[in-house]
Write a new protein. Structure first.
Length: 208
């Protein structure tokens, strides 16, 4: 099976990027190769992670472009030039427009720190705590251009303790993300994920 060439979009610390880079190095991505980091904050720590891992970067500052569509067209052209087949949003803090969503629909995924459709958007961990849920978790889903509204690929639950704060719950959420996201990428690379409307089937899940 041919390698699945992947780009990761990230804006911050890059812990999910690191999880993917480590999984790729250890051969746990079923043949997916991490080819590129796309980052809208050139000084973000994730850029240093990419450089230390030997991963190429495409860095840009949105304020230097006339519109979101303008910089996304540049990104699109770079992805095409590199033969990127899978785009992973991992802490990329910008809404994606049709410039990227349309050509990559079904090949663009996002990781979110809540059990969608509950608590979409920013601060998913805080939203769950404020609501008083007993169980939260993480979701990996396809990107459809809405606010965390695309078809759900896989989820993992995380228990909320009575004395949890955002500071104590967040590390468990992030640990779940760093386990689930590489697993999903590996399933996609293995051809074990199929999309039909809003329904996603994943071979290798319990009961599948």
């Amino acid at each position: 099976m041919a390698e699945l060439r992947m780009a990761v979009f990230a804006s911050g610390q890059g812990t999910n990027f690191q999880a993917l880079a480590d999984a790729a190095k250890q051969g746990r991505l079923e043949g997916a190769s991490l080819e590129l980091l796309v980052c809208d904050k050139p000084q973000a720590p994730v850029v240093g992670r990419a450089r230390r891992a030997g991963i190429q970067t495409h860095l840009f500052e949105p304020r230097n472009y006339s519109s979101r569509e303008a910089y996304e067209q540049e990104i699109h052209d770079e992805l095409q030039r590199r033969g990127i087949e899978l785009v992973v949003l991992a802490g990329y803090m910008r809404i994606i427009t049709p410039v990227l969503v349309e050509p990559y629909y079904g090949r663009m995924i996002n990781v979110h720190p809540a059990l969608l459709p509950a608590f979409p958007g920013v601060n998913g961990i805080r939203q769950a705590l404020d609501y008083g849920v007993k169980v939260t978790g993480v979701t990996v889903h396809y990107v459809d251009g809405g606010m965390d509204s695309g078809p759900i690929i896989a989820q993992r639950t995380v228990a909320v303790h009575d004395d949890d704060t955002e500071a104590t719950l967040a590390p468990r959420i992030h640990a779940a993300e760093q386990e689930l996201l590489p697993w999903v990428v590996g399933r996609i690379a293995a051809g074990a994920v199929s999309l039909d409307g809003r329904h996603v089937a994943v071979k290798g899940l319990q009961g599948s």
